[in-house]
Write a protein that binds this ligand. Structure first.
Ligand code: AMP
Length: 149
C-alpha cells in the first residue's frame, strides 16, 4: 500500500524541504540584494571568459568554446561560451544559440553523462541568478540533482 505512494511522498518531502529550507531562504534574500550590483559590475568589467587561454579549452566550434567551471557543482561541470561576448542568452543570434546547444549536448555525450542524466542551465539576469554577463551554458552531470540544485 505504502509502496504505491513512495515516489509521490519522496517528491513531496523533497519539495517541502527545498521550499522551506531556512538556509536557502536567507541565501536567496541576500542574493536578491546583491545580484543587480553584480550585473552592473560584470557589465563594467572585461569578461572573465575572454581571458581564459586556449590551452584550457576542452572543445570548440566556429563560434563557441568549452571550459571546465572553476567552481564545479558536480563531477562534470562545463561551460559552453560564445567566442564573441553576448551579455545574456537574449542577445545571442539564433544560429549561434543552436550551435551552443549542439555543443553542450555533444559535451554531455563525450563526458559520459548522457545516459545517467545531466542538466543544461542558462542563468539569465538577476532573478535567473546570472553572475557573469557573458552568456554561457552550464553542462552539469555526474550526480543526482534536485529541482533547483
Ligand atoms: P553564472 O552565475 O550562471 O553567470 O555562472 C558563472 C560561472 O562562471 C560560475 O559557475 C563560475 O564558477 C564560472 N567562472 C567564472 N570565472 C571563470 C573562469 N575564469 N573559468 C571557469 N569558470 C569560471
Amino acid at each position: 500500500m505504502l509502496a504505491r505512494f513512495k515516489i509521490p511522498l519522496i517528491a513531496l518531502a523533497a519539495f517541502a524541504i527545498g521550499t522551506l529550507d531556512p538556509i536557502s531562504m536567507v541565501f536567496w534574500k541576500v542574493a536578491e540584494w546583491h545580484l543587480p550590483t553584480i550585473k552592473a559590475e560584470s557589465l563594467a568589467d572585461d569578461s572573465p571568459f575572454q581571458g581564459i587561454s586556449e590551452d584550457r579549452w576542452v572543445a570548440q566550434t566556429d563560434n563557441a568554446f568549452v571550459v571546465n567551471d572553476i567552481n564545479p557543482q558536480g563531477p562534470v561541470h562545463l561551460l559552453v561560451i560564445p567566442k564573441e561576448r553576448y551579455t545574456s542568452i537574449l542577445d545571442v543570434p539564433p544560429a549561434i544559440r543552436a550551435e551552443m546547444i549542439d555543443l553542450a549536448v555533444r559535451m554531455a555525450r563525450e563526458h559520459g553523462v548522457d545516459e545517467s542524466g545531466f542538466r543544461l542551465v542558462i542563468n539569465t539576469n538577476p532573478h535567473g541568478g546570472q553572475t557573469v554577463y557573458h552568456t554561457h551554458i552550464h553542462v552539469i552531470g555526474g550526480r543526482q540533482m534536485g529541482w533547483l540544485g
